[in-house]
Write a protein that binds this ligand. Structure first.
Ligand SMILES: Cc1cc2nc3c(=O)[nH]c(=O)nc-3n(C[C@H](O)[C@H](O)[C@H](O)COP(=O)(O)O)c2cc1C
Length: 396
């Protein structure tokens, strides 16, 4: 099953594996680099069915890192080189598009962050501006424009980021959306922005690009979106023409470890932060503010099975897949595709190794050094690094 092809909307994947969108940190000045191409080419050569370029902002106001991709005209030449390199290795290529909303950084965008509601986001920390109706419309249109650019860059698929507490998720979540107009209140109202985005995205994707949506099953804290509502969201996305749903959970500003579980190396995270104040804050309070989440393989499977029962479109399972045994179990439970982030950060050729039976389990031990590196210029796995004694001490 794992190595059988799969038709995802209009795109045929050579097998059932996807490299999950995982921020690479390889886009200095918000533009794709040779390093970004080399990384995705390596994952493609490593046997993946489809690789996903992470976390591209649909417009400048949606950026939160200086080394995060902005999907505009200027990025096209570099992205064309990337998609061509991936295709040459036999893999399909997707790009995740999103807007950081209250997680956007004024120091990167030059603008006050936008959000459904003007409420302080302690994680930034940011004090966002509540979006006007016309800003909401403009933002949805920007998703459509981003898809057109992605298509012209040669991508086979787009993945709309509707989870993890970014802008669409901020509209969906009762925690971040306290609007009194037609975009707030009931789930129907809170999902309006997402549906406007889907409308633009589907029109722009036409008939030859696949549209995936990464969504939350649970936000991961009390007061956030829970299963009952997210099952409804999944049904809406099915109606709105999504070719597949990527089922995740967690909220970067409130429950970041819910997304990936495992250790949180606070001191490494602080070490790489540019902002001196944030560095001190995270070192002092990180352990208290960031709730720990125990890792177990395939940790989202129980929740994801409920979606399998109620949704008919293809589902991509993501979360804690590091062994052949669990990958086969997930596929055996009716999920069409599996996505992995950390196993592929450790071994870009993990899929080929599974095929050759050379490695049936990744040596990723979910130390999450990789996520702590988000603030540096290049996300990487600790096991693939020659770390200095100073850095080892930070980890101990
Ligand atoms: C270093 C790193 C960066 C990530 N960046 C993103 C991202 O940009 N967008 C996203 O949707 N998820 C992101 N994630 C979450 C992963 O896509 C995935 O949902 C999560 O890591 C669980 O999968 P895994 O157990 O295979 O790592 C990131 C994860 C890691 C480890």
């Amino acid at each position: 099953m794992l190595f059988s092809p799969f038709k995802l909307g209009p795109v045929t994947l050579r097998n059932r594996t996807i490299r999950a969108a995982a921020f690479e940190g390889m886009c200095p000045n918000n533009l794709p680099s040779d390093q970004l191409t080399a990384y995705h080419k390596a994952v493609a050569a490593g046997g993946i069915g489809m690789t996903t370029v992470a976390y591209a902002a649909t417009e400048r106001s949606g950026l939160s890192f200086p080394h995060q991709l902005l999907l505009n005209e200027e990025a096209l030449p570099g992205l064309r080189v990337l998609t061509e390199a991936v295709h040459k290795e036999g893999a399909a290529c997707s790009i995740q598009i999103g807007h950081c909303g209250n997680m956007a950084k004024r120091s990167v965008t030059g603008l006050r962050p936008l959000a459904p509601t003007s409420r302080i986001n302690m994680y930034g920390p940011t004090f966002p501006k509540a979006m006007t109706r016309s800003e909401i419309q403009e933002s949805a249109k920007a998703f459509g424009r981003a898809v057109k650019l992605a298509r012209s860059a040669g991508f086979d698929a787009v993945e709309v980021h509707a989870g993890h507490g970014y802008l669409i998720s901020q509209f969906l979540s009762p925690y971040t959306n306290q609007r009194n107009d037609e975009f707030g209140g009931s789930l129907e109202n809170r999902s309006k922005f997402m549906r406007m985005v889907m409308d633009e995205v589907k029109q722009a994707a036409g008939t030859d690009m696949a549209v995936l949506v990464k969504m939350n099953m649970r936000d991961g804290f009390l007061g956030g979106m829970q299963l009952e509502e997210s099952l409804e969201v999944a049904k809406m996305l099915q109606q709105d023409g999504a070719d597949a749903l990527v089922l995740s959970g967690g909220f970067v500003s409130k429950a970041p470890m819910y997304i990936l579980k495992g250790a949180m190396p606070i001191r490494v995270l602080a070490h790489y932060m540019d902002d001196a104040l944030m560095r001190v804050f995270v070192r002092l309070f990180g352990d208290v503010l960031i709730k720990k989440e125990k890792f177990e393989e395939a940790y989202f499977l129980k929740d994801a099975l409920l979606f399998r029962e109620q949704v008919d479109i293809p589902l991509v399972y993501v979360g804690g897949l590091i062994s052949r045994e669990k990958i086969d179990k997930v596929l055996g439970n009716g999920f069409e595709l599996v996505a992995m982030a950390r196993a592929l950060l450790k071994d870009p050729d993990f899929v080929n190794r599974l095929l050759d039976d050379e490695l049936s389990r990744s040596s990723c031990d979910t130390c999450n050094y990789c996520i702590a590196r988000m603030y540096s210029r290049e996300v990487s796995c600790i096991q693939n690094e020659n770390l200095t004694a100073e850095m080892r001490a930070l980890l101990s």
